[in-house]
Design a protein around this ligand. Sequence first.
Ligand SMILES: Nc1ncnc2c1ncn2[C@@H]1O[C@H](COP(=O)(O)OP(=O)(O)OP(=O)(O)O)[C@@H](O)[C@H]1O
Length: 658
Amino acid sequence: MHQIDQRAHIERVLSSTRSDAVHTDRIQQSWRRCIEDYDLDPTRPTPAHILEAGRLREHRDQIEDFLQVARTGMEQLYKRVCDLGYVLLLTDARGITVDFIGNDRWQGELRRSGLYLGADWSEARAGTCAVGTCIADRTAMTCHQTDHFDASHIGLTCNSAPLLDPTGDFLGVLDVSALTSPSPKESQHLALQLTMMYAKMIEDANFMHFFREASVLRLGAAWPMVDLSGELMLAFDADGVVVGANSGARRMLNGGGESGLVTELVGSSLDMIFREGAAEVWRIARAGVSNQRSALTTYQHGVFYADVIAPRALSGSRLATRDAEPEVSAPALDRLAGDDPQMQRLIRQAKRLVNKSVDILLHGETGTGKEVVAKALHESSERRDKAFVAINCAAIPESLIESELFGYAPGAFTGGRSKGMRGLIAQADGGTLFLDEIGDMPPHLQTRLLRVLAEKEITPLGGDKPQSIRLTVVAASHRDLRKLIAEGLFREDLYYRLCGAILYLPPLRERQDIAYLIDRLAAEEAVEMGDSASIEAPALAALCSHDWPGNVRQLRNVLRFALAVSDGGNIHLDDLPGELMRPLTDVREAPLPTRVATLTETHEAERPRWRDQEGQWLLESLQRHKWCITAVAEELGLCRATVYRRMKRYGIVQPNLQ
Ligand SMILES: Nc1ncnc2c1ncn2[C@@H]1O[C@H](COP(=O)(O)OP(=O)(O)OP(=O)(O)O)[C@@H](O)[C@H]1O
């Protein structure tokens, strides 16, 4: 945007807000709020404010379930608007962008403009804008170019619609924005209508999810529309009392009812709302959704076509949203983590996905356990008896990957296996195909894979007969696929095909259940060695406080090494590789492990708290046992040689030997 335009804009904002005129226009009212309430200065354009990852996660965590429901709607909307240059933002009630879909080709520019994950679009921070002003007015709007308060935003065009939660509280904003657009504001009319339409769809999906255990009455003025999505929706309980109403129903039916009795819909009986009474609603519910048209007459707003959706958590029937079903029992997934909140959330999400025909993308640094999660998903699913086929796209030479994946027909190559070969994709038929390091798949194979996923058919190299297959794909990458898309190295359409759901694996340094993992991995490694494992407190503290750049894989390797050099599986600080054996004082400062599970059970209760002096404790034990090393070793669960080594380390010398 030219500086001259910015200057003219600032002048316009200043003169409009200086005048005493009472503004009825929403934009000008907002400009005034920016100056009078938020102390914003139009002469100082401010760059976009993007929250750092930790704070963004706090915002996302608060509406975790809603984010999943909304994502589905956003992906559908994005398909409709991406070719027109729009990007999508979902903000929470405070204006923080908690989800975002956009074309990574313009990533730099989008980030600078604030059309980005984590951007703060509250009016107080960003001035008049579609999100902030929609939050202030609770009404859908277009904020087009110079409608913005801040001169740095006057190139943007943004359409927003409010999102309410199932109880009618304000939840956030759906926003459809573009970096550039034609000058007339009317050019945004359709984009605004789409934004409002999808906001309603997302709200309604969230409503259905929230009231999945209640019956839901859907009402509409036109019969086919009722079946697609009720304009008005009422959730009601077994007594025929309304327990929830979507925004359409609240708008239309509140204050209605018999003699205007319904002042508050929620809590009212269906008898008070419909002339036919609750009995007719129950009859419609029993009839099920059929072609037979049913209607209900409200006391004040006429007749509506109606159908009733049975409680889905009980009936397990249709229209379940992605995470609307009760959790399955999945020990393989439960075993993945202790009480780490990020991992627990991942496990919850994974359990909801196991038997859905949804392809899953796993993101996480190397060694965080992506393959382990993929296997656990497979083992927890109904496909567990079929094959789990893992392919590391980075490990197969490019010249072989195509035949490995797709196989080849008999006689396709001279020599070699002239009988042909069944490819890995075909081997995964009915089971799970795990595509590790998907970001490394060569572009021409991405195109072939996309075709296989779309057509559910595979044709081996040199073959002419396609073979139909049932595939569930779990793909994984430690690389930023969106960045690869921006660089033209990964197909965007394949990305959207694969990410039916995205699960993020936290790096080990962020996990709060490291003691659980140490316990589990040490036990597994010890079994491999035909031994049992126990870990001394200083060693455990050193393990817990390490940074683990190589994540769980590195932790496993360290434990394997320590067990191999340990004295009968009892891991001492000295048994750890050099980089973990920091000076004792450092280790002492390390936070206490939440659980010291692998310590020798018989002595665990008697062990000192970690912050106490281990040397002091050893000294007390020696004094108590009158310097009988065998008795001390027995009490501490150590061998005699270790007691002597410890005495040496802490400079403890028997008095009569001093
Ligand atoms: N939750 C876990 N429980 C037990 N072991 C785990 C867990 N996560 C990872 N591991 C172990 O860590 C090692 C690495 O795991 P995995 O191969 O699944 O990681 P990855 O993220 O797929 O790595 P890469 O990106 O290098 O392919 C394996 O030895 C695995 O057994």
